[in-house]
Write a protein that binds this ligand. Structure first.
Ligand code: ADP
Ligand code: MG
Length: 310
């Protein structure tokens, strides 16, 4: 292919909202046999909202503000207040969803005297002199707080429904669960089907837990054996590398800061146009429309451009 022909193709694609960085990106695109899709913000909209706040059936509020046997409704509000207050220090979409929900419930947030966050796991904050933890099972294991049977089965139940869960703990004890849900983008199912029709293998990658990830994968028809869940931000790149080591030509699609190294590592990195600047800068292709339909267009365009100029 001549550079000028590829340049012309690039311009044509741009008119369709598919921005190839250069001619080489168009060329590499047509050899892709494997697509790795980030879950949150790529397959889904990435706009979490709270669905459930759960406390143990023996939990309530103590006079000193701790949680003990008592009124369940009050306990739920207290768990929500603590979780939302702790999330004030975070920029995670789950945190924002919890804060927004607490506000709709007329809950006044507390001040934080200390805050720390562990990417892909959770946050820790000091509220009214007590340490509050909000995060996933991995995070609580790391902190050394035991997961009671009651909360383990609650997590199961919520995650089977495709909800994302976080545990809430005070000091050395788990006191509640908050779950959020995220809407799957309108055309994700259809686009993944179109990729399969082209003979492309699709994988999902996420920091979210296995059960939630599988429930979402099931909805969009991704093989459960091709779900990579609980992947820490710094480990996404290794997952892409592993597939490449198996001889696959990999395109990685993502939107977040977390995705940037994996986008660079992939044979073709594709950024969702509504994503973060760093994801866009790390990519070979960016999709102006923030949907997977545009990804299918990118494949079609690269094939068409390339067959014309060959
Ligand atoms: P994703 O790949 O879906 O963008 P992340 O790597 O950002 O996920 O986070 C993975 C998991 O870590 C979340 O599903 C959540 O359980 C936990 N987590 C991360 N940050 C927070 C936070 N600020 N508050 C609560 N949980 C968090
Ligand atoms: Mg994402």
């Amino acid at each position: 292919a001549t550079p000028t022909a590829l340049m012309a193709g690039t311009g044509k694609a741009a008119e369709n909202g598919v921005l190839f960085r250069d001619g080489e990106a168009i060329q590499t695109m047509k050899d892709i046999d494997t697509v790795v899709l980030d879950k949150t913000g790529t397959i889904t909209e990435g706009n979490h909202s709270v669905t459930d706040v759960v406390v143990g059936d023996d939990t309530g509020v103590r006079a000193d503000g701790g949680l003990l046997k008592g009124d369940q409704r009050e306990a739920e509000r207290e768990v929500l207040r603590l979780a939302a207050s702790a999330e004030r220090g975070s920029e995670h979409p789950i945190g924002q969803a919890i804060i927004d929900y607490a506000e709709t419930q007329g809950i006044e947030l507390a001040e934080l005297s200390d805050f720390d966050s562990v990417p892909g796991k959770g946050i820790e904050a000091v509220i009214d002199g007590r340490t509050v933890y909000v995060g996933n099972v991995k995070f609580f294991e790391e902190v050394g707080i035991e997961l009671p049977q009651f909360y383990e089965s609650k997590l199961n139940e919520l995650e089977e429904e495709g909800k994302t869960t976080v545990l809430v703990g005070i000091e050395d004890e788990i006191v509640g669960v908050v779950s959020t849900a995220d809407t799957i983008k309108d055309d994700s199912y259809e686009a993944i089907e179109a990729l399969h029709d082209r003979g492309i293998e699709t994988w999902m990658i996420t920091g979210d837990n296995e059960r939630t990830a599988r429930a979402i994968a099931d909805t969009v028809n991704i093989d459960p054996a091709r779900v990579m869940a609980g992947v820490l931000p710094q480990d996404k790149i290794d997952k892409v590398r592993q597939l490449q080591d198996e001889g696959k030509e990999v395109a990685m699609i993502g939107d977040g800061i977390n995705d940037a190294p994996a986008l660079k590592q992939a044979n073709v990195g594709v950024a969702i146009g509504t994503g973060t600047d760093i994801a866009i800068q790390s990519s070979d292709v960016s999709l102006v429309r923030g949907s997977l339909g545009a990804l299918v267009d990118a494949f079609t365009l690269s094939e068409r451009i390339f067959s014309k100029i060959k």
